[in-house]
Design a protein around this ligand. Structure first.
Ligand code: ZN
Ligand code: ZN
Length: 338
C-alpha cells in the first residue's frame, strides 16, 4: 500500500511528528491533492497549541495549500486529476444551510476549516471537499501561490469589497505578512495607496511595493497625515496592535471605513469620530474558494508576490518557530517538491 509523509500534532502543545500514513482515498464530494507547497501561518497555532476546543488529534495543520489534484471522489463535478489547485482557511461549505442559501458561504453553519476540522497541507497528500478548492493559474509557482491562499485572499478580498474606487485614498496599516501584500493589491487596484508602518527604514520597501505615500507612525501622527490627503476612504488595518488601530481612526474620510483584518485582542473606538462623519469600523473575513481563485488569478496577472522564506518538510519545527518569532520576512512556506 502506498504511503505518504505528513506532519501531525498528537495533542495540544505537542511536538510536530513526521509520520508515514497510508495515502487516503477521496470519499464522495472530495478530491485528493498532491501537495507541492504549504504556507505556515500564525493561525496554525490554533492546531499546534490547541487554542480552540473540539480539535480531534492527531491533526495535520496547514491551510495555505498549493498542489495538484491527483484523484477525485464520487459525485464531484467540475474537477479532474491534473488540475493545479489551492486550498485555504475556508475548508468548504454545505451549500444548503440558510447562510449558504443567502450566498454567505463564509458563514456556513457546517463550514469546515482546513487543518483544524480536517487534516491540512503539512504533508505529501491531503483530502479536501470540492467546495474548498481554488483553481491555480498554470504559471504561478506553488511556493508563490501558497501564502496567497491566506494572507493574499484576506487583503485582496477585503480591498475589493471595501467600497473604495480607483484614485480613492486607501491606507494600509502595518507592513508585515498581510500588509506587504495589502499595499501591492491596493496599488494594483488603482487606489492612491498609503502605507503606514513603524520606522523610516521601511519607506523604500513600501514605495517599491507601490505605496505613493509613506507615513512613519513613530515620528508622525497617521490620522493627521491622512487628513492632509482628505482622509482615507478605507484604512485596511493589518497590524495586530489594537492601539495602532485606534490611533489611525481619526484619519478615515467621511463615509469611510476602518476595515479590520488584523487579529488584535481589543481596540478603542471613538463614537464621536464615527458619528461626526458617518465613519464605520468593520471586520472582514478572508474569503471562500472562489475568492482565493480570483486572488491567485489577479496576483499572477498583476505581478503581486509574497516575500517568502522556504523550508523543507523535515524542518517544519524550525519553520514554525521562525514564523512564531515574528521575524520572518514575511511568510514562511514548506516546499514539498514536485
Ligand atoms: Zn493563514
Ligand atoms: Zn452551509
Amino acid at each position: 500500500m502506498a504511503t505518504m509523509r505528513v506532519v501531525q500534532v498528537s495533542r495540544p502543545r505537542g511536538d510536530f511528528e513526521i509520520v508515514e500514513r497510508q495515502i487516503p482515498e477521496p470519499i464522495a464530494g472530495t478530491v485528493r491533492i498532491k501537495v507541492e507547497a504549504c504556507g505556515i501561518c500564525h493561525s496554525d497555532s490554533v492546531t499546534k497549541e490547541g487554542l480552540v476546543p473540539g480539535i480531534q488529534y492527531p491533526r495535520v495543520p496547514g491551510h495555505e495549500v498549493a498542489g495538484v489534484i491527483d484523484a477525485v471522489g464520487p459525485g464531484v463535478r467540475g474537477w479532474a486529476p491534473g488540475q493545479r489547485v489551492g486550498v485555504g482557511w475556508n475548508g468548504g461549505y454545505c451549500g444548503y444551510c440558510d447562510q449558504c442559501r443567502r450566498g454567505a458561504f463564509f458563514a456556513c453553519v457546517r463550514g469546515q476549516i482546513t487543518g483544524i476540522t480536517y487534516d491540512g497541507g503539512y504533508g505529501e497528500y491531503m483530502i479536501a471537499p470540492a467546495s474548498a478548492v481554488a483553481l491555480m493559474p498554470a504559471d504561478l509557482p506553488p511556493v508563490d501561490a501558497a501564502p496567497l491562499m491566506c494572507a493574499g485572499v484576506t487583503t485582496f478580498n477585503a480591498l475589493r469589497n471595501s467600497g473604495a474606487r480607483p484614485n480613492d485614498v486607501v491606507a494600509v496599516l502595518g507592513l508585515g505578512g498581510l500588509g506587504h501584500l495589502g499595499v501591492q493589491y491596493a496599488a494594483r487596484m488603482g487606489f492612491y495607496t498609503v502605507a503606514i508602518a513603524r520606522g523610516k527604514e521601511k519607506e523604500p520597501y513600501a514605495r517599491q511595493l507601490g505605496a505613493s505615500v509613506y507615513i512613519d507612525s513613530l515620528t508622525q501622527d497617521p490620522a493627521a497625515e491622512l487628513l492632509k490627503l482628505g482622509g482615507a476612504k478605507v484604512i485596511l488595518a493589518t497590524a495586530t496592535s489594537g492601539e495602532a488601530m485606534s490611533a489611525v481612526q481619526g484619519g478615515v474620510a467621511p463615509n469611510g471605513t476602518l476595515l479590520i483584518v488584523g487579529a488584535a485582542q481589543s481596540m478603542q473606538v471613538s463614537p464621536i469620530a464615527l458619528l461626526s462623519a458617518c465613519r464605520s469600523v468593520k471586520g472582514w473575513y478572508s474569503g471562500t474558494s472562489i475568492d482565493s481563485q480570483d486572488t491567485l488569478a489577479f496576483s499572477a496577472r498583476a505581478g503581486v508576490k509574497a516575500m517568502n522564506e522556504t523550508y523543507p518538510l523535515e524542518r517544519v519545527a524550525d519553520a514554525y518557530d521562525r514564523m512564531m518569532s515574528g521575524k520572518a520576512r514575511f511568510r514562511v512556506v514548506l516546499a514539498l517538491g514536485q
